[in-house]
Design a protein around this ligand. Structure first.
Ligand SMILES: NC(=O)c1ccc[n+]([C@@H]2O[C@H](COP(=O)([O-])OP(=O)(O)OC[C@H]3O[C@@H](n4cnc5c(N)ncnc54)[C@H](OP(=O)(O)O)[C@@H]3O)[C@@H](O)[C@H]2O)c1
Length: 260
């Protein structure tokens, strides 16, 4: 029996992962702020799937709470799958945005998944197996489409995931970045957006089921709404080719024109 720790498990994408992993027979550790929702979900999953479910109430923007979840990953019973899902959106442009809201978003969307992955990989590397699922976003690939820092936090998640996959893959740790597009959850209302105004919104069940197909195939990047996979492969191919074009002297186009 293996154990999955899921952040942001009280609703939305995280709660759906909890249902799916419980159905697959995994024990669970559910993390979020809303204890009542977590306990309700835990009771439902224990009854339906005969799995063990722990609940950790934690505000992941709070360093002390985050430290408790890190400690669970480092010294509690082995966690085989970490789902770094908890996250929020922040609307509005960068210029003039609220400093404290930006800092809280960075803590939740960047600091927490980074430190939780760091806490998880020690045990995974020692055991020679494990998996980390990081929930990014397609907006990381189109930053101008989503103003402010949300897209940048998700670009960090994609780069972190790809770097971790390269480093930890040989040690038996599988790392997957999942890039949803608009998905029907409460995240939109919390950010003040009417999801009814957004076209092509995916259901959360479809999103997680597709992401798990990518997980089972051991894909490093899974983009459920992308119909034509060759678009991503072309993008990644160009990125992979770029380092061979780097040199130790400035490119000709940056040389100061010789004036006579
Ligand atoms: N829905 C989309 O369209 C979409 C698209 C691309 C990417 N994503 C990403 O998918 C992930 C999940 O989003 P979702 O759509 O499922 O959103 P959601 O329905 O709003 O759920 C967010 C989850 O994160 C938890 N959470 C929020 N702030 C937290 C905090 N400070 N500390 C601990 N937990 C916290 C919430 O629980 P509590 O309130 O109980 O703490 C909740 O369980 C996020 O990383 C999001 O950026 C979503």
């Amino acid at each position: 029996m293996s154990t999955a720790l899921i952040t942001g498990a009280s609703e939305g994408i995280g709660a759906t992962y909890a249902h799916r992993f419980a159905a697959r027979g995994h024990d669970l550790v559910l993390v979020a702020r809303n204890t009542d929702k977590l306990e309700g979900l835990a009771a439902e999953l224990r009854a339906a799937h005969a799995v063990s479910v722990e609940v950790i109430t934690a505000d992941l923007t709070d360093a002390t709470h985050l430290g408790l979840v890190e400690k669970r990953l480092r010294v509690g019973g082995p966690v085989d799958i970490l789902v770094n899902n908890a996250g929020a959106a922040l609307m509005g442009p960068f210029h003039g945005n609220d400093r404290n809201k930006m800092e809280a978003l960075i803590r939740l969307n960047i600091t927490a998944p980074t430190l939780l992955a760091s806490a998880a990989v020690d045990g995974m590397a020692a055991r020679g197996n494990g998996a980390i699922i990081n929930i990014g976003s397609v907006v990381s690939l189109m930053p101008a489409y989503f103003p402010g820092i949300y897209a940048a936090t998700k670009a960090y998640i994609l780069t972190l995931s790809q770097g971790l996959a390269a480093e930890m893959g040989p040690k038996g740790v599988y790392v997957q970045a999942v890039l949803p597009a608009a998905t029907r959850t409460a995240i939109w209302a919390k950010a003040g957006v009417d999801v009814g105004q957004i076209p092509n919104v995916m259901s959360v069940d479809d999103l997680v089921d597709a992401a798990l197909v990518g997980f089972d195939r051991r894909e490093s990047v899974t983009i459920p709404p992308l119909a034509d996979a060759s678009l991503w492969e072309t993008f990644e191919g160009a990125r992979a080719a770029l380092p061979s074009g780097l040199g130790g002297t400035p490119a000709d186009r940056y040389r100061t024109p010789v004036t006579t």
